[in-house]
Write a protein that binds this ligand. Structure first.
Ligand SMILES: Cc1ncc(COP(=O)(O)O)c(C=O)c1O
Length: 369
């Protein structure tokens, strides 16, 4: 295996995330705490406090896998593999399924681990590029895949752009992978956070070639529990991934998986407020862009908690975000971490009043440029 490239996004967060006053670029929902979760499942409070802090099943407890499988139409609890965050789900999939010389088509740009691990394992990464408004077209995908393509990797809803593949597009992608026997890895960590009525099916529900990656970090603001999963009806693949897990974390933390199941069982209640706040923040930001249209432009997100506005003031994204955080103690994410230097990522997961405080400081910063 070649050395892994530094993870640009994580290096930026490592420097600022826990010291900054307002983090205006997180990709998660407003944070949830243990008390909020347990108050939604009062009958489980005692069980949680008395939970043995031992190892648990490597593939996930039956209760957890059942709660995850309920998120899908055609996936049973035996077609779920628990993971320590989507991060471990991605690592297991790449380590289990990628070998030197594989051709992998990747929706571009994308969260770095979704291509960098495969690259380090010797795969040849081919970019599926968007149009100038960050929309990905399946016609372009058809032109990009070749007879050698082994895997297609995508992220929907997409970070950083907020783009979502429609129901029709997911069907077209599935048609391509089924016809050519290509594996489809679909990072769906923002699933559940859609702003339109089109709620496309998960890749794992659509085809045995489909693998859906999920987590509780993004939709529910539960990143500290470090729980995610792989869903697929390809049980051979799941068991290969499970063998990788014997070398990585062996199993999730017992309290985390217990709380994760509660979150999934109460997802409507949890999501209601978080999506409402994200929508309010998106509306605030639309107005903000209108007021600053000489300096910024954007595409309104269709899902997830982020967008990827363009900087029109002749500064690199690194310079722009570094100056802003130094002057105002507010964090944005430079687009350079995704290879797009004229852009930055903004996040909509904050409570609306914290979001507007961040925007006030952003307005002052822009005025002085
Ligand atoms: C698209 C995407 N996938 C996976 C992850 C990893 O998430 P986690 O390990 O917290 O579940 C992230 C985190 O930012 C992400 O943005």
């Amino acid at each position: 295996m070649k050395p892994l490239a530094p993870f640009s996004l994580e290096r930026w967060f490592d420097k600022y995330e826990f010291v900054v006053d307002i983090n205006l670029c997180a990709s998660c929902a407003e944070t949830t705490n243990t008390n909020q979760l347990l108050s939604m499942a009062k009958d489980k409070r005692e069980a949680y406090l008395n939970l043995p802090l031992d190892y648990i099943e490597s593939n996930g407890t039956a209760a957890f896998r059942q709660a995850v499988s309920n998120q899908y139409a055609n996936i049973s609890k035996d077609e779920i593999l628990a993971a320590t965050g989507a991060s471990e789900a991605i690592s297991m999939l790449m380590l289990a399924d990628v070998t030197r010389g594989d051709e992998i088509v990747v929706q571009w740009p994308i969260y770095q681990s979704l291509f960098a691990l495969a690259e380090a394992l010797g795969a040849n990464i081919v970019k599926w590029l968007p149009d100038e408004r960050f929309r990905w077209h399946t016609s372009e995908l058809e032109n990009t895949v070749t007879d050698k393509t082994k895997m297609i990797v995508l992220n929907t809803p997409h970070s950083p752009t907020g783009f979502c593949f429609s129901t029709i597009q997911m069907k077209e992608i599935v048609h391509i992978v089924n016809e050519r026997k290509i594996r489809l890895i679909s990072d769906e960590v923002y699933r559940g956070v859609f702003y339109s009525d089109d709620y496309p099916a998960a890749a794992a529900d659509l085809t045995p070639n489909g693998v859906s990656i999920g987590d509780i970090t993004k939709p529910y603001g539960l990143g500290g529990l470090r729980v995610g999963w792989i869903a697929s009806s390809d049980r051979d693949l799941l068991s290969q991934c499970a063998q990788v897990r014997d070398y990585t974390t062996m199993c999730c933390a017992a309290p985390s998986e217990f709380l994760a199941a509660i979150a999934l069982e109460n997802k409507e209640q949890l999501l209601r407020e978080k999506i409402k706040h994200a929508r309010q923040n998106i509306i605030q930001f639309s107005q903000f862009i209108e007021n600053n249209s000489d300096k910024l432009e954007w595409n309104i997100p269709q899902g997830g908690y982020t967008a990827f506005p363009k900087i029109k003031v002749g500064m690199s994204s690194y310079e722009f975000c570094s100056s802003f955080v130094k002057e105002a103690d507010v964090l944005l994410l430079p687009g350079s971490v995704f290879g797009y230097d004229q852009y930055f990522r903004i996040g909509f997961g904050l409570p609306p009043e914290a979001f507007s405080r961040g925007l006030e400081r952003f307005a002052t910063f822009l005025k002085n440029i």
